[in-house]
Design a protein around this ligand. Sequence first.
Ligand SMILES: Nc1ncnc2c1ncn2[C@@H]1O[C@H](COP(=O)(O)OP(=O)(O)O)[C@@H](O)[C@H]1O
Ligand SMILES: [Mg+2]
Length: 235
Amino acid sequence: MSNAPLVEIVGMHKAFGGVHAVSDVNLALDAGEVVAVLGHNGAGKSTLMKMLAGAYPIDRGEIRIAGELAHIANPADSQALGIETIHQTLALADNLDAVANLFLGRELMTRWNTMDDYAMEAAARDVFAQLNPNFRNILIMDEPCAALGPEETRMVHDLVRRLKARGVGVFLISHDMPDVFALSDRLAVMKNGRVIGTYRTADLTEDEVLGMIIGGKPVTRVAQQHRMLTAEAGS
Ligand SMILES: Nc1ncnc2c1ncn2[C@@H]1O[C@H](COP(=O)(O)OP(=O)(O)O)[C@@H](O)[C@H]1O
Ligand SMILES: [Mg+2]
């Protein structure tokens, strides 16, 4: 099981009445990996992540954490598994205040006026300990930079890189191609509840990604990069 991804979402499904918000989604995330989740409004990105966060019950499908079947029935279950979420709305209000105080508004400087990486690292630990004492493995960021200025966006990038270096896996929902290309290792494009393609970000151009989001068709020039799912490998 040591090769198992940090997170495997297998055959995930969620309907609201007649609306299939998420249909048969498979998606994996490794430790220290950033996977961007893209798609038009209504594509199912937030619903997928809310199931991982325990905010919505799962209609069908499995979540495995480090190869183990996870039972996520509510937010407390998700947090106990080391999963933290910065929701779209929270990112603009409460949560951001805590992070902003430490990172986004001002950088911690040494007395030689250089950035104090050690202090910032310690501050990051404090911030995330406040968010959730069990936070250690997985961070879901739902459009974290949507309402931020360039300086704050740069600080969010810095934060994501630090977490990544510590082995945290990040699902990043974003509409911003520069953010996606700066931060993500792989990206998955959703449309009408389905993942239409999963790629290594470096294999694609911004235009190709935008084309996929708008046109809803996978890019065929390069191979898709699904992370092997243990559930598939075992079957
Ligand atoms: N709580 C809910 N009740 C009913 N429909 C919902 C709810 N949440 C999402 N949906 C529907 O599910 C679909 C996917 O929405 P969502 O996951 O928010 O998309 P995205 O985050 O990609 O914009 C949309 O059709 C949306 O209207
Ligand atoms: Mg959303």
